[in-house]
Design a protein around this ligand. Structure first.
Ligand SMILES: [Fe+2]
Ligand SMILES: [Fe+2]
Length: 279
């Protein structure tokens, strides 16, 4: 069912001279979150327990997410042979638990769950597009392009199911927007921050949320260009049921771009103040 396999990646073209060292840390952290996809599929299977077609789709989706983790992890070990992907992921799994063993969606409805899933796929599709465009190292470039294509397909998958559920659940625009913005905001929670910690920090250093999220976000934000934010905003509007193009989306994209820049500056300042070297 997958659109590509690890063997399709031209690993022998790896060129250490073209590796951007700043990207290695981001790739290591991203590998943690991606590899954790099976955990999320378990939760989705519970939330959609009487919907076998969706459960099947969620299982296929998780397989692709796990493969993203495997590809990024393997690349990171080429770029930094001292790094151990399996050991880092074990640390991640031990220290970070997805905060839901709930029997139904923590978003209050299945439509809400699907809107939240759409937001995550918007985040990942724009992130890997941005990384792919910035990655000069040919293998990483290829991996990020393949992953970005998967993430756009994942958005479409959850969006199609969302439309089906909205037909029966009928939740209004304010609620849809609230869930969407809430999920976007959650990107600053522990999931990414702890991934940064497990993937990049020495075991002797204890986890600090502010330090780790600032380290991750300040670096990641530097790769975004306006076009990535603009496309992401259009997808957010589409997911909540608004027109993805037009005056509203233009204004929202400009606002989102300003927010991304402002947050980046804040995270850069925090990362400098909180970096372990300062402690
Ligand atoms: Fe992914
Ligand atoms: Fe995805």
């Amino acid at each position: 069912m997958k659109h590509w396999r690890l063997d399709d990646v031209p690993w022998d073209r790896f060129d250490p001279a073209r590796v951007d060292p700043a990207m290695i840390e981001l790739v290591k952290a991203a590998a943690m979150v991606e590899r954790n996809g099976t955990e999320y599929a378990r939760y989705l299977n519970r939330v959609f327990r009487d919907d076998p077609p969706f459960q099947q789709a969620a299982d296929n989706w998780a397989e692709e997410e796990v493969q993203h983790g495997e590809a990024l992890g393997r690349w990171a070990m080429l770029a930094d042979p001292r790094w151990d992907y399996r050991a880092a992921f074990e640390r991640y799994q031990t220290g970070y638990k997805l905060p839901f063993d709930a029997p139904s969606s923590i978003r209050g409805s299945r439509s809400g769950e699907l809107i939240a899933r759409c937001m995550v796929e918007i985040g990942t599709s724009s992130y890997y597009s941005a990384l792919a465009e910035a990655a000069a190292e040919p293998v990483l470039n290829e991996i990020c392009r393949r992953i970005a294509a998967d993430e756009f397909r994942h958005f479409k998958l959850f969006y199609d199911h969302l439309r089906r559920y909205l037909g029966r659940e009928r939740i209004g625009l304010p609620r849809r927007l609230w869930i969407a913005l809430g999920r976007i905001n959650e990107s600053e929670d522990d999931e990414l921050a702890y991934a940064w910690h497990a993937a990049n920090e020495p075991p002797a250093l204890s986890y600090g949320h502010r330090r780790c999220i600032a380290a991750y976000m300040s670096r990641a934000a530097g790769y975004y260009r306006f076009r990535h934010v603009e496309r992401g905003v259009g997808m957010v509007l589409k997911a909540v049921g608004l027109k993805p193009r037009g005056r509203l989306s233009d204004a929202a994209a400009r606002l989102a771009w300003r927010l991304v820049q402002r947050r980046r500056r804040r995270f850069l300042a925090e990362a400098a103040a909180l970096s372990p070297a300062q402690a």
